[in-house]
Design a protein around this ligand. Structure first.
Ligand SMILES: C[S@@+](CC[C@H](N)C(=O)[O-])C[C@H]1O[C@@H](n2cnc3c(N)ncnc32)[C@H](O)[C@@H]1O
Length: 308
């Protein structure tokens, strides 16, 4: 990869996981908020990076935010190499980059569009794009959130249905895939809840949840919920599990969440979950729980209570 800079002062960043056909750099600082432990792109000093490869996210505000942050982090002469599937933002990349004042070379490969741009001093519009995609107060939701976070500017109907049916919970529990904290806020209305662990793979979701859930009983983990220690000591778990990985439906994700919840609960502990009606979680629920029952089935969603 050409980087424009001396080997000794080359900082290379990689944002996300581009397909291998794009030859992602092996030695690079990972900056995706969806990879726990990565470095926040927004924290990189302006002009500190020699080259960046960005697997651009699909949402417009999120993508422009990411591109603007990468351009700000690059040195003049630095190289930005961006790609996205053609139908998930790829066909807009060239225009979006040109609007930041960079000259762009575009190619097509493996159903993606790839754009390469060299950074100059003539960048424009970065701060506005960064602000538009940043953590922000969202009035219709009544919460802090950020473009890219699940249902960032609306209340998800599945979440609303589960919130409506949740009883007053007791003891210690977890919210797996907490998003910006919509379910956690409802759970913590019960004074009998002694502690709640909010877990999400998305750093932006965890940051928003911290702002939204100012309760000393809450603690926050930026982590893959599937890798948490399953200590079998929780009284309850709530979740609206994810079922998309890299843009396509992956039922195994939600199924793994069901098994993970079972491992974290004590015998007699309860799982409250909401899912799109067509998602097949019943086999996992049967295998890992003593009993489970549908509590609601409406608007394309099902709410299930399962007792371990
Ligand atoms: C359907 S959303 C629900 C969000 C929130 N609980 C709500 O109801 O609004 C699923 C959440 O799981 C998160 N997620 C996806 N994969 C995850 C994983 N492996 N570990 C933890 N969280 C994950 C997503 O970032 C997303 O916030």
């Amino acid at each position: 990869m050409a980087t424009g800079g001396k080997a000794c002062d080359m900082t290379i960043i990689l944002h996300g996981r581009p397909p291998a056909v794009f030859d992602p750099p092996a030695e690079a600082i990972q900056t995706s908020p969806l990879i726990p432990g990565s470095a926040p792109l927004e924290d990189l000093p302006p002009g500190s990076v020699s080259a960046a490869m960005v697997y651009a996210p699909p949402g417009v505000l999120e993508r422009r935010h990411t591109l603007a942050l990468a351009l700000r982090a690059l040195k003049p002469g630095g190289r930005l190499d961006v790609m996205a599937p053609k139908d998930r933002g790829g066909s807009r990349l060239k225009k979006e980059l040109a609007a930041f004042g960079v000259a762009v070379e575009e190619t097509a490969k493996a159903h993606h569009r790839r754009c390469i741009a060299m950074v100059t001093d003539a960048l424009t519009g970065l701060e506005a794009a960064i602000a538009a995609g940043d953590l922000q107060w969202v009035d219709p939701v009544g919460a802090w959130s950020q473009p890219g976070v699940f249902a960032w500017d609306r209340i998800d109907p599945g979440t609303a249905l589960l919130a409506h049916h949740l009883p007053s919970l007791k003891g210690a529990g977890a919210d797996l895939g907490c998003g910006y904290g919509a379910l956690a806020t409802v759970v913590l209305r019960s004074e009998a809840v002694t502690g709640l662990r909010l877990v999400d793979l998305d750093r932006r979701a965890v940051a928003a949840a911290r702002r939204n859930v100012e309760d000393p009983r809450a603690r926050f983990d930026w982590a893959d919920a599937r890798t948490l220690p399953a200590e079998g000591d929780l009284d309850f778990v709530v979740m609206n599990p994810p079922f998309h990985e890299g843009g396509s439906e992956d039922r195994r994700l939600g199924q793994a969440f069901v098994r993970q919840a079972a491992g974290m609960l004590r015998t007699g502990g309860v799982l409250w979950l909401v899912a799109n009606r067509h998602l097949p979680y019943e086999a996992e629920l049967s295998a890992a729980f003593k009993r489970f029952s549908p509590v609601a089935d409406t608007g394309g969603y099902k709410v299930i209570e399962a007792v371990k």
